[in-house]
Design a binder for this molecule. Structure first.
Ligand code: DC
Length: 215
């Protein structure tokens, strides 16, 4: 199986570029942030404090399923479809706290590796914040997708929900998240792909090129 690991900050185009690349390659697509969001949503609903949970308690509490089909994306938690709900601002505001728990991260790493290995697909494009470094340091293709802060902010402003500031949605969350994982500097063997001057299609082309180069 060919694993394409893609990391990057908010607004770098990670999700849409990963999804489009998966479609062109005939690969699966796995959004790993969705699990952090679904877990956060469940905690919010159940009023559970995330800070003290250990990985065994998480495994017992979390009933999760996600589609790896790039043309039919859905997320389920506790038997409910949460595809839309995990994008709510209350989830975006609370998710960094969930992602800061090291037990949660250990659990998510295993969950991600299991979802990919059980998929029986020829390849999977996996995107997140620690995929090239922690979850799949052994992936055949590893890419850090970035863009200047100005470009990232302007891309995100298009999808900003009412009542949420851009700083809160992008800059603040990246600052909090980067205390846990460094997703701004490529580690050894990771290709840096800067999309500041590229169109969406050019960025996808660059990903495909990197994948083919390594096949
Ligand atoms: O990519 P996203 O915005 O949906 O991710 C939601 C949050 O989950 C984000 O604040 C960082 C965290 N996350 C993480 O820590 N590690 C991952 N592999 C994916 C997401």
């Amino acid at each position: 199986m060919h694993i394409v690991a893609i990391d990057g900050p908010a607004g770098s185009g990670k999700s849409s570029v990963s999804k489009a690349s998966a479609l062109r390659l005939g690969f699966g697509y796995l959004d790993t942030g969705a699990a952090y969001r679904a877990l956060t949503l469940s905690f919010l609903e159940k009023k559970i404090d995330v800070t003290n949970l250990n990985s065994q308690e998480i495994a017992e509490q979390f009933d999760y399923a996600i589609s790896l089909d790039p043309s039919n994306f859905w997320v389920r938690a506790f038997g409910f479809d949460v595809t839309e709900a995990i994008r709510e601002p209350r989830v975006a505001q609370a998710v960094s706290l969930t992602a800061g728990n090291t037990e949660v991260r250990a659990y998510m790493k295993e969950l991600t590796r299991t979802l990919v290995s059980q998929s029986q697909l020829p390849g999977v494009v996996v995107e997140g914040r620690d995929i090239t470094t922690v979850v799949f340091p052994d992936a055949q293709t590893r890419i850090l997708l970035t863009a200047s802060e100005e470009v990232r902010l302007s891309r995100r402003s298009a999808e900003l929900p009412a009542g949420v500031s851009l700083t809160e949605m992008v800059t603040k969350r990246d600052q909090t998240d980067s205390k846990v994982v460094d997703f701004m500097t490529p580690s050894e063997g990771v290709s840096l792909l800067d999309s500041t001057e590229l169109t969406f299609e050019q960025t996808v082309d660059a990903v495909i090129h990197l994948v083919r180069e390594l096949r």
